[in-house]
Write a protein of this length. Structure first.
Length: 142
């Protein structure tokens, strides 16, 4: 596969991470987190919000690394292999969680929510493919 094409895919995946972060700001309202979390003890509620914040920051950092360092993520170094494998597994895991773990029985209904979910899951799958492809390209030079 052409290294320049994969570098561009990493860059645009980074931009996608920024879009995902922006969309993630709407999720608490769409899924009524305040209402759902109100019955939890304060510590559990605080931990939930903290974990959500960490995930948001991690996704944002993936965007920064990908946009500013797309070429570096393909330089075949040990670090490039580790980072691309980590990001690829992160998104592959998130995709599996979406399909095999989440209980969607009480998910919001309607075309907007369906489109939003399709876009989010499509992004997760695309990120998985791009970063795992980058990992395999990095390993091809070993």
């Amino acid at each position: 596969m052409d290294r320049l094409l994969v570098e561009k895919l990493i860059f645009w995946s980074g931009m996608g991470h920024f879009g995902l972060c922006a969309a993630s700001l709407y999720v608490p309202a769409a899924l009524e987190w305040k209402k759902g979390l109100s019955s939890l003890k304060p510590l559990l509620r605080q931990m939930f919000w903290t974990y959500a914040g960490y995930i948001l920051v991690i996704n944002f950092c993936f965007g920064i690394v990908s946009v500013a360092g797309a070429g570096e993520l393909l330089n075949t170094s040990f670090l490039a292999r580790c980072v691309t494998l980590f990001i690829g597994i992160y998104w592959l895991s998130r995709t599996c969680i979406q399909f095999f773990y989440f209980d969607r029985a009480e998910a919001p209904e309607g075309i907007i929510y369906t489109i939003g979910e399709v876009l989010l899951v499509s992004a997760f799958i695309a990120f998985s493919i791009v970063y795992l492809l980058a990992f395999f390209i990095n390993c091809a030079w070993i």
